[in-house]
Write a protein that binds this ligand. Structure first.
Ligand code: NAD
Length: 513
């Protein structure tokens, strides 16, 4: 059977084949116990990665803090040149890295390539940004004075990332942080550790070619205990953490306790509102890709469809019909639409959610279940399910990281749908399908969607790097990627300069000596 070029990809990424039992890749100081990485695609062991011990962590921090002192002195546009080279290296390695993402995480090869493309795109964005880290000049109330604002590098940035975007989230953070003059320490997901090492291998090559210190980009490997080394460390002024709300609640509190800054990118519970004028040609692919793409394991995956009662039956039948065409199987085989869940724990969570929805009164429209037999040996392949439910069900209020789509009705005006859409604790992505201008504008207005992302006539899932990405409420409030998200990676300084021969005080205060 073909291995879809996996061994070749591993080799290209500097990861040794596993058959000899050795650990894999460059570890950037890590020397601890081995984490084994099994593919959810076929259940096979892909490789092993060394975890980071306390002593290793100290070496990492020593390298990072030292590298910061020199890296911040390099002019930003020259740092841009390094990122330009990094983007080009990613272009060379796109197929190999996309394949590894697909094999280790389980998303389709196309989505794996898309994830690497996002890394390339953010590099391009960051290169342009390297000449635009602009502050403002502010009029002073005092004669012969000028005020301005400058943005300075913040220091060591700690990045914690989730399994479902095992490479792109790192790049979203690092490309901007490096442009800003920061250095980065990254703890990738323990569920996709080879992706972390592969990325580190790529950037290490670029740093070496440019004679730059390794400490500009460090990785640490392991589970939450390794993450805690960073969240409690006062040498790290900013922690950017992507993952579950449960994790964010702990990380946010820990970092706040030491007055650190944090950028949290947490869970979503994303809905599409489908109005009477919605175009089914747009609704069906938008909703179906949103719900089943990446096997429902995107923070922006569509979890709820809120459908006007007048078109409910038509929309339901179209979506249920489309589910019949979905092919589930090896995500490296481009004929399949849906790959596996990340692991068996995720399968159990998915099964429990379906049972809970039934127990709360939900009606199954498309039956879920675990697939068995040839091609499904990993035990992680499940059938995307559709359940008729109500917004107040406890299970609907929660993010289940799996392909379960809840259908619900609204009646009357669009405000009733917006109330349902906003009636959850999370606030990441949202969408409305309508051809009514007034409905669309209401949805986007201050009394409309309360999410960080609100779309019209496209689904909830996926985003371009040019916009700021993130959400409100339990999604954590952070923004990363495009727009002015770079500002979080810098410290702001306000300057007042007196070029007169007098010393007038602000607010006209008199202080005569
Ligand atoms: P997770 O919360 O289990 O783990 C995420 C990361 O946090 C891992 O690296 C983990 O080791 C680390 N971690 C967990 N507890 C920690 C602690 N106390 N201190 C320090 N580090 C800790 O999430 P997951 O299962 O990997 O990913 C799925 C979740 O991520 C979903 O909820 C999804 O919506 C969310 N997500 C959000 C975004 C976004 O941009 N909003 C993007 C991707 C994923």
């Amino acid at each position: 059977m073909t291995d879809f070029g996996i061994q070749e990809a591993l080799q290209e990424l500097g990861l040794k084949a596993i058959n000899n039992g050795t650990s894999t890749g460059s570890h950037n100081f890590s020397s601890g116990e081995l984490i084994e990485s099994y593919s959810p695609v076929d259940g096979k062991l892909i490789g092993k990665v060394k975890t980071t011990t306390k002593e290793d962590y100290e070496k990492v921090m020593e390298a990072a803090t030292k590298a910061f002192l020199s890296f911040r002195n390099i002019p930003a546009p020259q740092r841009g040149e390094i990122i330009r080279q990094f983007g080009n290296k990613l272009r060379e390695k796109k197929a190999a890295l996309g394949k590894l993402v697909s094999y280790e995480m389980g998303k389709s090869y196309q989505e794996g390539l898309g994830e690497v493309q996002e890394m390339i795109d953010i590099c391009d964005f960051a290169v342009g940004l390297s000449r635009q880290l602009n502050g403002q000049t502010i009029p002073s109330e005092r004669p012969g004075h000028v005020m301005r604002e400058q943005w300075h590098p913040i220091g060591v940035v700690g990045i914690i990332s989730a399994f479902n975007f095992p490479v792109a989230v790192w790049a979203w953070n690092t490309a901007l942080a490096w442009i800003c003059g920061d250095v980065c320490v990254w703890k990738g997901s323990e569920k996709a550790p080879l992706c972390t090492v592969a990325c580190q291998n790529i950037i290490t090559e670029i740093l070496k070619e440019n004679n730059l210190p390794e400490g500009i980009s460090c990785i640490i490997n392991g589970d939450y205990k390794v993450g805690e080394m960073m969240t409690t460390d006062t040498r790290i002024p900013l922690i950017s953490a992507t993952g579950s709300t449960k994790m964010g609640r702990i990380v946010g509190a820990t970092v706040a306790q030491r007055f650190g800054k944090f950028l949290l990118e947490l869970g979503g519970n994303n809905a599409i509102i489908i109005t009477p004028t919605a175009d089914l040609k747009v609704v069906v692919p938008g909703a179906v890709f949103g719900a089943v793409g990446t096997c429902g394991q995107r923070c922006t995956s569509t979890r709820r469809l809120i459908i006007h009662e007048s078109v409910y039956d038509k929309v339901r039948d179209a979506i249920v019909g489309a589910y019949k065409q979905i092919k589930i199987g090896n995500p490296l085989d481009e004929n399949n639409h849906v790959g596996p869940l990340i692991d068996k724990d995720a399968v159990n969570t998915y099964l429990a959610a379906i049972e809970k929805a039934k127990a709360e009164g939900g009606t199954i429209l498309v039956e879920g279940g675990v697939l068995e037999g040839k091609g499904y040996e990993s035990g992680c392949y499940v059938k995307p399910a559709i359940i008729e439910a109500e917004n107040h069900f406890e299970i609907v209020q929660h993010e289940t990281f799996a392909p379960i789509l809840y259908l619900m009705k609204y009646s009357g005006e669009v405000e009733n749908a917006i109330d349902q859409q906003n009636g959850v604790a999370q606030g990441l992505s949202s969408a409305i399908m309508t051809n009514e201008l007034k409905e669309a504008e209401k949805f986007l207005s201050y009394s409309g969607s309360d999410c960080g992302i609100a779309n019209v006539n496209i689904g909830t899932s996926g985003a371009e790097i040019g916009g700021a990405f993130g959400g409100e409420k339990e999604t954590g409030g952070g923004r990363e990627s495009g727009s002015d998200a770079w500002k979080v990676y810098m410290r702001r300084q306000t300057n007042t300069v007196n070029y007169s021969d007098e010393l007038p005080l602000a607010q006209g205060i008199k202080f005569d000596l």
